[in-house]
Design a protein around this ligand. Structure first.
Ligand code: DP6
Length: 325
């Protein structure tokens, strides 16, 4: 039996989104993307390879997963076994740390933590680019959660050069992200299905690729110069243009619900009142509002009134993958 290894990875929120694959098996993206790792939401995962096991055993938040529910984890462990020529099955135990039962748990922190714990438990000693490439095979957004702070996933051309690079791991800028929990339920269209339908059916997909190239070029100087208005304008328009791909897909669909639109209006009203803040959202209805620290109280107050204070969670820039003793 090999020693158990525990790893912790935090989730990240994309400012310039990944929305489409060039290769679905290797999870190679259509474009590069850029995110901020967050401190509030993370996953701790322990992996132990044990030759006495007859199958992989996967536990999430103290509940044993069915064979079907653990299929993605099993496939991921197969990749690690291939890398080491190992044959043992593994015991995997994972805990999502999310402040409320909020639908904010993510495949990004899950597969980044699993990449770290499983590779080390199998006796591999991967560097960060290799960990990022491995995490990518579980879920695209996990590629970026190997690093803290601002991170770019460089699309690359193949499995060897598609991985994340840190832009600013230590963020010396008092940024906050206010996460709204508008609907904790499971999404109806997974990001995996949703992005594939955008690539194959939206007539706007080619334009999206141009948008991402322009937004990446413009957001890096905004990060470097701590230009909050430029950062905010880019992240908000990038999110809306990503969501335009769902509206323009065939069949069309949306991740927005009524509260999403109410919250978007409230962000614009706060801005009109002189509170600088901008929103983004992923494959679900929950807004994440970017601001600088002095704006946090006004934003908490307004969204607490609208949706209840328990549904407003303040996060800050967070760290990269860590091994726990
Ligand atoms: C909207 O990483 O969940 O959050 O690679 O199929 O597992 P798979 O998709 P996933 O998609 C993330 C989409 C997004 C944007 C982003 O994080 O860049």
């Amino acid at each position: 039996m090999m020693p158990a290894v525990t790893a912790r990875a935090h989730t990240n929120i994309a400012l310039v989104k990944y929305w489409g694959k060039a290769d679905t098996e290797f999870i190679l993206p259509q474009t590069s993307s850029l995110s901020l790792t967050l401190d509030q939401f993370y996953t701790d995962t322990t992996v132990e390879f044990d030759e006495r096991l007859a199958a992989d055993e996967v536990t999430l938040n103290n509940q044993r997963l069915s064979e079907k529910a653990s299929q993605k984890v099993h496939m991921f462990l197969n990749l690690v076994r291939q890398m080491t020529a190992g044959t043992s099955f593994a015991r995997v135990s994972s805990t999502n740390h999310v402040p409320t039962a909020a639908g904010l748990a993510s495949s990004a922190s899950a597969f980044a933590a699993l990449a770290g714990a499983a590779s080390k438990a199998a006796g591999l000693n991967l560097d960060k680019p290799a960990l990022s490439r491995l995490a990518r095979r579980g879920s695209g957004s996990a590629t970026r959660s190997i690093y803290g702070g601002f991170v770019e996933w460089q699309a690359g051309h193949d499995d060897t050069d598609s991985y994340a690079v840190p832009i600013a791991e230590q963020v010396d800028w008092p940024l906050a992200v206010v996460a709204l929990v508008l609907d904790p339920h499971h999404k109806k269209v997974s990001s995996r299905q949703g992005m594939q339908s955008s690539v194959t059916t939206s007539p706007y997909y080619a334009a999206w690729r141009d948008v991402v190239a322009q937004d990446l070029a413009a957001i890096k100087p905004a990060i470097h110069d701590h230009d909050f208005q430029a950062l905010g304008e880019i992240l908000e328009s990038n999110a809306m243009r990503m969501h335009a791909l769902t509206l323009s897909a065939q069949p069309p669909y949306t991740y927005f619900n009524g509260d999403t639109l109410t919250a978007m209006d409230a962000v614009r009203e706060l801005r009109d009142q002189g509170v600088p803040c901008y929103y983004t959202l992923d494959a679900g209805p929950n807004l994440k509002i970017f601001c600088e620290e002095p704006a946090v109280p006004a934003i908490k107050q307004r969204f607490g009134e609208l949706f209840g204070t328990d549904n407003v969670i303040v996060a800050h820039p967070g760290p990269g993958l860590k091994f726990l003793a």
